[in-house]
Design a binder for this molecule. Structure first.
Ligand code: 5RP
Length: 220
């Protein structure tokens, strides 16, 4: 069942020179999760930061850290991100070598597990793992950079995954990430998404606008 809309600001769009403060501001502005984008310059053509910076800023909020790993291979680093304070770890099936095993590894460490689907990844890839998942992430841009335009076909993927989630009867968040703004947010919600990841749109206009930006994306 689709739940009330939650916003997970992507700190990829934050001011990295004051990352802890930015996370505190997001917390006070009503963010539901803090979305932490980890990029390795190999799985995606950009490098962000790793577990030590994640750990350093973790005390800035009590809100869940939703860590999206765009790295390959991934298994080697799961424990480090759990130790850094991740509450949810989302991986890509293409990160290899065996995503079923990676999901089991994440869960064995007491953390929620998510699977991210790139724009070119078919929705049926979730069929044999959905019973173990806590979150499905529809990438509505190709991963690697903030500030890209929402790919409209993502709405069909969200609708298909909404049906699959509802058929399980389980509590699985349906998250969408990439090009979410005041125009695309309501479309993603209508299609069935219940967690919106937003970088550019959350940080638009500076700190005094974070709360309004989050509210508007929630449709309030
Ligand atoms: O995972 C990402 C890119 O790989 C980012 O979270 C995503 O692109 C959000 O940025 P924006 O809201 O600026 O589109």
């Amino acid at each position: 069942m689709q739940k009330k809309t939650r916003i997970a600001p992507s700190i990829l769009a934050a001011d990295f020179s004051q990352l802890g403060l930015e996370i505190q501001r997001l917390d006070q502005a009503g963010a539901d999760y803090i979305h932490v984008d980890i990029m390795d310059g190999h799985f995606v053509p950009n490098i962000s930061f790793g577990p030590s910076i994640t750990k350093a800023v973790r005390p800035a909020t009590a809100k869940p850290f939703d860590v999206h790993l765009m790295i390959s291979p991934v298994d080697l680093y799961i424990e480090a991100f759990v130790d850094a304070g991740a509450d949810i770890i989302t991986i890509h099936p293409e990160a290899g070598p065996h995503f079923h095993r990676t999901i089991q590894l994440i869960k064995s460490l007491g953390v929620k597990a998510g699977l991210a689907l790139n724009p070119g990844t078919p929705v049926d890839i979730v069929d044999h793992v959905i019973e173990d998942l806590d979150l499905l992430l529809v990438m509505s841009v190709n991963p690697g950079f903030g500030g890209q335009s929402f790919i409209p076909d993502s709405l069909n993927k969200i609708a298909s995954l909404r049906k699959k989630i509802d058929a399980t009867g389980r509590d699985i968040d349906l998250q969408v990430d990439g090009g979410i703004n005041f125009e695309t947010a309501p479309k993603a919600i209508s299609a069935g998404a219940d967690v919106l990841v937003a970088g550019t749109a959350t940080f638009k206009g500076g700190p005094e606008n974070y709360a309004d930006n989050i509210k508007r994306m929630k449709g309030l």
